[in-house]
Design a protein around this ligand. Structure first.
Ligand SMILES: *Cc1c(COP(=O)(O)O)cnc(C)c1O
Length: 218
């Protein structure tokens, strides 16, 4: 199947409130153009240098919305907010502080998701639930960021039942935070190629799909 056929098939399964983000790490510029021509406007990258190089080659496409989904390093935070509309992977108070300061200095207001880690996973970054609650008042004061929601990546090897339950916990967590703060966490960025249908079932508003659109990477 071609990229546009795959996209067509995926779109037929999506409720209208779910935003489909094409993850283009290790995907070539011509393939990205094909996805664009098939109607995709949201693209995600996880490595800053790779992203900037592709953005330069695609700068004739003015209406792309770029999403950053990789681990953010403090020393690259400034470039990241300059090159991306959304940052899904704000995974600690330290990086949120830094983003807020840089956004203020640059007169930008990037949209941000807080990456949470519901199950412990040594391979993943993210806020634990208790860290998030401890940081709430500081998060409320990050006036230069538009903190829009929660993002999660699940550990490998879970059953479908566990996947669904964990995504639901992320949704419950967002509700709990909304009740206890003035943060407006309406977005849930969760679901990848293997688990997006379960994520949608649990309330995802943004899904991040790579391989199921573009085929196996590398
Ligand atoms: C690579 C990646 C994806 C896409 O994963 P696929 O399995 O290719 O769909 C989604 N989210 C993040 C954070 C990623 O790094």
């Amino acid at each position: 199947m071609t990229i546009s056929q795959r996209l067509h098939q995926i779109r037929q399964q999506l409720p209208s409130h779910v935003r489909l983000i094409a993850v283009t790490k290790q995907v070539s510029v011509p393939q990205i153009r094909t996805a664009y021509e098939s109607g995709i406007r949201d693209f995600a990258e996880s490595h800053l240098q790779e992203a900037i190089s592709k953005q330069e080659q695609l700068n004739d496409l003015k209406d792309i919305c770029w999403h950053f989904i990789g681990h953010l390093q403090s020393n690259k935070a400034k470039k990241t907010i300059l090159h991306f509309d959304w940052i899904h992977s704000a995974d600690s108070i330290k990086i949120v502080r830094r983003l807020n300061q840089l956004a203020a200095e640059s007169f930008l207001s990037p949209k941000v998701c807080l990456q949470v880690k519901i199950l412990s996973d040594p391979n993943k970054y993210g806020w634990k639930e208790e860290e998030l609650f401890a940081g709430l008042s500081e998060l409320e004061n990050c006036k230069s960021l538009k903190i829009k929601g929660l993002m999660t990546i699940l550990p490998l090897g879970l059953s479908e039942v566990e996947i669904l339950a964990t995504f639901k916990k992320v949704k419950d967590l967002a509700h709990k935070i909304k009740r206890q703060s003035n943060l407006d966490l309406d977005q849930l960025s969760m679901g990848m190629s293997e688990d997006y249908l379960l994520a949608i079932q649990a309330g995802a508003t943004m899904i991040r799909l790579g391989r199921i659109i573009f085929g196996k990477r590398g």
